[in-house]
Design a protein around this ligand. Sequence first.
Ligand code: AGP
Length: 606
Amino acid sequence: MCGIIGINSYKPVSSAIINSLKKLEYRGYDSAGIATLSSGLINEIKSEGRVDNLEKNSLVKKMEGTIGIGHVRWATHGIPSSLNAHPHSSQNVSVVHNGIIENSTILKKFLIGKGHKFKSQTDTEVIVHLITEHLKKENIINSIKKTLKLLHGSFALGIIFKDQPDLIIGARRGSPLAVGYGPNENYLGSDSYALKSMTNKITYLNDGEFCVIKKDLVEFFDEKGTKINKKVLELSSENQKYDKGDYKHFMAKEIDEQPMSIKNGIKEYLDTANNDINIFNFPWKIENISSVILIGCGTAYHSCLMAKYWFEELTSLDVSVDIASEFRYRKNRFKKDSLYIFVSQSGETADTYAALDLCNKNGMKTCGVVNVIESSIARDSKFVLPIHCGTEIGVASTKAFLGQMLILYILSLKLGLIRGDINKKKFSQKLKDLKVLPELVSKTLLIDNKIQTTSSTFIEAKGSMFLGRGFSYPIALEGALKLKELSYVHAEGYPAGEMKHGPLALIEEGMPVVVLAPRDNYYKKTISNMQEVIARGAKVLLITNKSKDEIVSENIWETIEVETTNEDLLPFLLTIPLQKLAYYSALKKGYDIDKPRNLAKSVTVE
Ligand code: AGP
């Protein structure tokens, strides 16, 4: 939800910090700030809005100091304002924070009682004053240890000290934090993306750990303050540099990258020589798995819902799906023979990570389906299935959604074959169809004009519905989410068969309704549902697949036909027009497509 950066260098750091903050803006962007240490003084500059606003302050370029911290904020406590922006500083300490301090109110009362004066409405400021209070009697390491012990909730911290010209402290609990290593300088950042323009050598902190970052040395400690050694990872060059190229928005680029990202995913898992699927090093005996529980948030949850249909179709496993923020507090009955699958693009979503942590603590079989392979969920799952779709920057997930679905589909095929639920002939035919999917996605991407023209109706209406049955139902939910999060208009995904149980009352003259009705087993029933809404005045945008059979219905406002393939794979193609519908709607409204209001790419707080 927020992004933090720290740099300890032999040269002035303000411009490097600003550049890193720009890369972190996808994590939060309602305010930003920087603090550097020079001639024994902490200099702090903060601004509301984007990092550009901060950079426009002429004092930033003139900031001296070879040690500094920076922050981009997604507000949790206290309105977005320069006062509430981070860093938060006292005379002796300056802090940037990602996370939520749940006991900040009590701590604030205690500190005010000790004479501390607070300037902001944030929870973070209590950290500044707690460290300042402990420094009266303790050295730095003990002050940090004592402060962290008092904090309830989650944090990734970057801290500099007035009297320490060569030291940044980093600390992590529940929010991601990484250290980067450069030539005569070292870095601290929320994730590798912020650091990769400066280094490809990264170390990730685990919960409870903290670190001391000097120009030429980094030391790591566990929560007791015992020094520990940690691995240095080399980032893959594939993600080293990633920019918009000729595209206006990352989202547009990422939509168009889908044929390639699907191709990459297939290549990673398909054993073409043996016409098989490779799930390397699967750590459990398949016969010891009798059920699958799929867990995720938002778009990742929709890919879990989609997978439920495939698992039911291709295996005899019991399958259930849960929203991570619900699962983590539910009275779960953990079962040893269940496989718990956690789906997450960023691998840092707090609710999904908490659900994983709960399952790990109960000794469950945990598998992560993630895009960021250095992420917390990837590191702490007992088994990982990377989706290999490359860096995704647009807050609204597109290629990662198709990537998640692809891996879950591949997994359901493999488990179905090994368990004998599908025979080799059926398995081979599905693999054959799968290999053509990238080309079909390419062709479906060419559908554009109709989507651009229909998008105006969606943004002018007071709301819209997205309807689907069976395989199309999760896609209807995803299409509605995309439109909501990009164009800020209400849209609701709903099972087409459920409309008559209430929501039909919403339908009125001219209301735009997307109906997903591919020629699958549900086609006829969905067309009937479509006629029910047309009869009540809805403007239906029908999305189906090409077929020689005529569509038997009148008064359809617009029809879009995606390419045809086996029905398992139609959801991939149905998604494309919905991604574009959301994109063009937001474009027409002039909204920031890559950074929609109130959202962040990785929701690392609950
Ligand atoms: C996707 O369009 C949304 N921005 C959001 O729902 C996202 O899918 C969700 O926050 C989960 O993120 P994750 O995949 O990184 O865990």
